[in-house]
Design a protein around this ligand. Sequence first.
Ligand SMILES: Nc1nc2c([nH]c(=O)n2[C@@H]2O[C@H](COP(=O)(O)OP(=O)(O)OP(=O)(O)O)[C@@H](O)[C@H]2O)c(=O)[nH]1
Ligand SMILES: [Mg+2]
Length: 134
Amino acid sequence: MSTDTKKAVLVAVGVIENAAGDIFVCRRGESQHQAFKWEFPGGKVEDGETVPQALARELEEEIGIQVSDCAPFMRIEHDYGDKQVTLDIRKVTAFTGEPHGREGQPSRWVPVSELSGYDFPAANSPIVAKLQGE
Ligand SMILES: Nc1nc2c([nH]c(=O)n2[C@@H]2O[C@H](COP(=O)(O)OP(=O)(O)OP(=O)(O)O)[C@@H](O)[C@H]2O)c(=O)[nH]1
Ligand SMILES: [Mg+2]
């Protein structure tokens, strides 16, 4: 199948910041696509869901927070060869709860200046660049 006709998977991704300006990241599991890479939490948008709805569901499932507001941050289309993704990245502007790796995945708050030292999936480079340029 050619690149043009492959169906991209739509993914809701959350950039979560604390009062110190640090960003919450998680490490992907061994059985997942892009295994062991660090990521911003999120997941696939299901049929009938809006991106904010999917983001709220995924962040509750993966890191146990309740998102009450988010704002568009950026949109990235990337072809991994084995999989084509559209990342709809949202800045989480209001939430309750304390983020933690609810599925046993390693997770931590990282200062923006240190994000470049983390091994993210290739699609994520513009996200890190934009955060560091802000
Ligand atoms: N959550 C998340 N996914 C990302 C990021 N960057 C990136 O390329 N992806 C890709 O987006 C795709 C879907 O994300 P996901 O695997 O988290 O979806 P999900 O939570 O529904 O996963 P599941 O199918 O393992 O339950 C994966 O192919 C993943 O590699 C990122 O920063 N965060
Ligand atoms: Mg996920």
